[in-house]
Design a protein around this ligand. Structure first.
Ligand code: HEM
Length: 128
């Protein structure tokens, strides 16, 4: 399997990650009223900036999550598991690992900002 190398590859991951998200048993309700097609350009820019440091994302990624409430550790567990599975289904290599690792790091920051207790934090759902 190839590694991620282009902005199109970022789009492949983002498209696959949100494809069917509204039907996800754990996360679906958060996305029920979100127009994903309108959101995707932001998400492409965000992930391109995270993985390839394109600097194309401007915004406060955490703020969008404050009004979804309440987000709990189990939501982050599901989000990270789904995200890693999506990356792994399409790409393998350094950039793919970087994308998953950054997602875990950002998810921890989000959880801490949301006040999820340290003992409940989901750091790496694939680890025992
Ligand atoms: C518990 C898990 C999560 C849920 C349920 C969730 C849900 C959402 C929803 C519904 C939106 C759209 C909000 C709106 O209407 O404006 C959104 C935006 C976004 N999410 Fe998440 N999210 C989660 C975790 C994450 C994580 C871990 C990351 C990054 C690693 C992330 C990155 C983003 C970004 C970049 C946006 C767009 C922000 C902007 O508008 O600039 N999310 N999320």
């Amino acid at each position: 399997m190839p590694d991620l190398t282009t902005i199109e590859d970022i789009q492949t991951v983002v498209d696959a990650f949100y494809d069917g998200m509204a039907d996800d048993p754990v996360l679906g309700r958060f996305f029920a009223d979100v127009d994903m097609e309108a959101h995707k350009p932001k998400l492409y820019a965000f992930w391109a900036s995270v993985v390839f440091q394109t600097g194309t994302y401007r915004g406060r990624p955490f703020d969008a999550h404050l009004r979804l409430g309440p987000l709990e550790a189990r939501h982050f567990e599901r989000w990270l598991t789904r995200f890693a599975a999506t990356v792994d289904a399409h790409f393998t290599g350094e950039a793919a690992e970087r994308m998953k690792q950054k997602a875990r790091q950002i998810a921890v920051i989000f959880q801490v900002k949301l006040g999820i207790p340290e003992s409940d934090l989901i750091v790496d759902p694939s680890s025992p």
